[in-house]
Design a protein around this ligand. Structure first.
Ligand code: ATP
Ligand code: MG
Length: 575
C-alpha cells in the first residue's frame, strides 16, 4: 500500500476522554474512530489488525477441530425465556420489540442460541463431542464503557461452545483442549499472559479459567506465585494454610482449651481483644456481619467467621451463602435480630442467622470468639464440636504462601482479561431441554463448555503490553503492515526510485507500506512511530553512497545497511 493513497489519518491531539495508552494510540494512529460511548468504527488500519487477530484465532481453533458458524445477532427472546436469563440478565442486555411487538435481544453472548441450534440437530451420543464457534459482534450495554476497545458496548468476540456426552469428555475434549488452544493463540500473538483460576475449585481443578494479559493498566487484580505457574483471580485465589504462630515460634502461646466464658467489658475489636488477652490475632475469631440479598426481595443476616489475622473476600462470602449480593448491615439491625455487635460468635446464635466459617478454621480446637452476649467472649472455644459450615472466605494477601507449590510467595499483579473458558455442565441444556440419547438409549442433557476471547479487546491489550511514549509497537502477528519503507524526500528521484523498487521486491513476500508522501521526513518518522510497524527502511540522502537505514520500532535503533543487502537483511528480521 502506498501511504499517499491510503485512508490513514493520524492526528497529534490526544482526545480528552482517553487516558490509557491503547485508547490514545488507537485514536491518534487512525486505527479507530469513536462514534458514541463504547461504539467505534474500525478504519482500514484497525480493521487490518482486527483481521489478523481474528485469523490467528480461527487458524488455531480450526486446527483442533472446532467448526465456525455465524448465528443471528438479533436473538428471539423466547430462547432467553427458556434459560431463565431474560429476566435475570441486568441492563447490559439490550431488549427490544419489532413492529409486530415480538421481543428480541441483541446477543451479548450466545449460549441460548447455540443450545437451540445443537438440540435441533444432534440426537445421539455418537454425534458428540462437538465444538462450534463464531467470531461476531456482541452488544452489552455496559454501565461504564471506557478505555476504548477495552470495554466497549459493541465489540468483537470469539465465542465457542462445546457439547459432550459426559463430564470426562467435557473436561478432556472441551475445557482442557481449549485451554491449550487459547494459550497457543495468545502465544502466537506475542503476549505475556497468565492462565488464572476464576473460581476457587480444588487447586489445579478449577472449572473456570481466565487468560490475563499482564499489564499495569489492567482492570483485574490477579494473584500469582513467584515460584510456580499458579495464578488466580483475586476472588478465587487460595493460599497454603498459614502456620499457627505457636508452631512457627515457641514464644507464642495459644489460648487455653475450653477455658470458658470470659468477661471482656467493652472489648470489641480484634485489636482490642489481642491487646486484652496479649495474644496473636491469629487465635481470635473475627466475625463479619453482612446482609445477604436473594431473589424476590428475601434478605438474611449472614455472619462470616475468619481468623483475626485475615480479611474477608466479599465475592467468596457472597458465593458461600449463595446470595445475589451482600450489603453492609448496621448495629441496630443486628441488635433487632438478637445479635450483640462486638461480641458475636458461632456458639449460641439466634435462629435464622447464617454462619459460615473459613475453610482454614477447620479443626481449630481453641479459639477466642464472641459469646453472643454483651461483654463476653469464649476462650478456648472448640469449633470442631459446633458442626459449622466451612467455605473458602479469606482474601489472599501478598506474601502468603502458594498452595500449589507450597513454597513460593504470592503477589498481586494487574491483568487484562482477554479470554475465559468455563465448564457449564447442564446449566443451559437442562432448562432448555437439549438432550441426546446415551449408549443405553437414555435421554440426557448435553454437558457443555463455553469459551470466549475478546478479539477487539485484544487490540487494546496488545498495545497496553507493547508501547512506548511515541506509540504502539505491534507484535509480529498483529501488525497492520510487516514493514514500512520511508522515502525521505520524494523530490529526489533516486530516493523515490529505490523506495519503489524495494517496495515492489519486498512486497512479493511481505505486506509493505510505502511512505511516498510529500511530507517532511520528521513528520513521516513520527507517523511510523505512531503506527507501530515493527521495522522501517529509510531511503535518504546516503543513497548516493549506496546506503539506507533500517529502524527497529521497538528499540528505535538505526542500522546502516548497503542498498544491495537490505532486502536480505529485512527478510532475516521478518521471518
Ligand atoms: P469483564 O469481566 O471484563 O466484563 P466478562 O466476564 O463479562 O468480562 P465474558 O462474558 O467471559 O466476559 O466474555 C468473554 C470475553 O469477551 C472476555 O474475556 C473479554 O475479553 C471480552 N469482553 C467482555 N466484555 C467486553 C467489553 N465490554 N468490551 C470488549 N471486550 C469484552
Ligand atoms: Mg462483563
Amino acid at each position: 500500500m502506498k501511504f499517499s493513497e491510503a485512508f490513514i489519518f493520524t492526528s497529534k491531539d490526544v482526545p480528552s476522554e482517553a487516558t490509557l495508552a491503547s485508547h490514545i494510540y488507537l485514536l491518534k494512529g487512525g486505527f479507530i474512530q469513536s462514534v458514541g460511548a463504547g461504539l467505534y468504527n474500525f478504519l482500514p488500519l484497525g480493521k487490518k489488525v482486527l483481521d489478523k487477530v481474528h485469523a490467528v484465532a480461527k487458524e488455531e481453533l480450526d486446527k483442533v477441530g472446532c467448526q465456525e458458524v455465524e448465528l443471528a445477532f438479533v436473538t428471539p427472546s423466547e430462547f432467553w425465556q427458556e434459560s431463565g436469563r431474560f429476566e435475570k440478565y441486568g441492563k447490559e442486555l439490550l431488549r427490544f420489540k419489532d413492529r409486530k411487538d415480538a421481543e428480541f435481544v441483541l446477543g451479548p453472548t450466545h449460549e441460548e442460541m447455540m443450545v437451540n441450534l445443537v438440540r435441533s440437530y444432534v440426537k445421539s451420543y455418537k454425534q458428540l463431542p462437538i465444538n462450534l464457534y463464531q467470531i461476531k459482534t456482541k452488544f452489552r450495554d455496559e454501565i461504564r464503557p471506557r478505555f476504548g476497545l477495552m470495554r466497549g458496548r459493541e465489540f468483537l468476540m470469539k465465542d465457542g461452545y462445546s457439547f459432550h456426552k459426559d463430564e470426562e469428555s467435557m473436561i478432556k475434549d472441551g475445557f482442557n483442549k481449549m485451554e491449550e488452544t487459547y494459550s497457543n493463540i495468545f502465544k502466537r500473538l506475542g503476549l505475556d499472559f497468565r492462565v488464572v483460576e476464576a473460581d476457587s475449585g480444588a487447586i489445579g481443578g478449577s472449572g473456570s479459567k481466565e487468560f490475563m494479559v499482564l499489564a499495569d493498566s489492567g482492570e483485574d487484580t490477579i494473584v500469582v506465585c513467584e515460584d510456580c505457574e499458579y495464578g488466580a483471580n483475586i476472588e478465587a485465589a487460595v493460599r497454603a494454610n498459614p502456620k499457627a504462630p505457636h508452631e512457627a515460634n515457641s514464644e507464642y502461646e495459644r489460648p487455653e482449651m475450653n477455658f470458658g466464658k470470659f468477661l471482656t467489658p467493652n472489648v470489641k475489636t480484634i485489636d482490642e481483644l489481642a491487646e486484652f488477652f496479649k495474644i496473636e490475632p491469629y487465635y481470635l475469631l473475627k466475625v463479619v456481619a453482612k446482609k445477604a440479598l436473594y431473589d424476590d426481595g428475601v434478605e438474611k443476616i449472614a455472619l462470616f467467621g475468619i481468623r483475626g489475622s485475615d480479611e474477608l473476600q466479599e465475592v467468596k462470602a457472597c458465593n458461600a451463602v449463595d446470595a445475589n449480593d451482600l450489603v453492609d448491615i448496621n448495629d441496630e439491625e443486628l441488635q433487632e435480630a438478637g445479635l450483640t455487635p462486638g461480641f458475636m460468635g458461632p456458639k449460641d446464635l439466634p435462629e435464622d442467622i447464617l454462619f459460615v466459617a473459613d475453610n482454614q478454621l477447620k479443626g481449630e480446637i481453641a479459639t477466642i470468639a464472641g459469646a453472643n452476649e454483651v461483654d463476653y467472649h469464649y476462650v478456648g472455644l472448640n469449633l470442631v464440636e459446633l458442626g459449622l459450615e466451612y467455605k473458602d472466605l479469606v482474601a489472599v494477601k501478598e506474601g502468603d504462601k502458594c498452595a500449589r507449590c507450597e513454597n513460593g510467595k504470592l503477589k498481586y499483579t494487574k491483568g487484562i482479561e482477554v479470554g475465559h473458558i468455563f465448564q457449564l455442565g447442564d446449566r443451559y441444556s437442562a432448562p432448555m431441554k437439549a438432550e441426546f440419547l446415551d449408549e443405553n438409549g437414555k435421554s440426557k442433557p448435553f454437558l457443555m463448555g463455553t469459551y470466549g476471547i475478546g478479539i477487539s479487546r485484544l487490540l487494546a491489550a496488545i498495545i497496553e503490553q507493547n508501547h512506548d511514549d511515541r506509540g504502539p509497537i505491534w507484535t509480529k502477528e498483529s501488525t497492520p503492515f510487516d514493514l514500512e519503507i520511508i522515502v525521505s524526500n520524494i523530490k529526489k528521484e533516486e530516493e523515490l526510485n529505490l523506495g519503489e523498487s524495494l517496495y515492489k521486491e519486498l512486497g512479493k513476500d511481505f505486506d509493505v507500506l510505502l511512505d511516498d508522501r510529500k511530507e517532511r521526513f520528521g513528520f513521516k518518522i513520527s507517523d511510523f512511530e505512531l503506527l507501530g510497524i515493527p521495522y522501517a527502511i529509510i531511503v535518504g540522502k546516503k543513497v548516493k553512497d549506496g546506503l539506507v537505514e533500517i529502524v527497529n520500532r521497538k528499540t528505535l535503533e538505526k542500522e546502516e545497511v548497503a542498498v544491495d543487502e537490505v532486502a536480505n537483511k529485512i527478510r532475516e528480521y521478518l521471518v
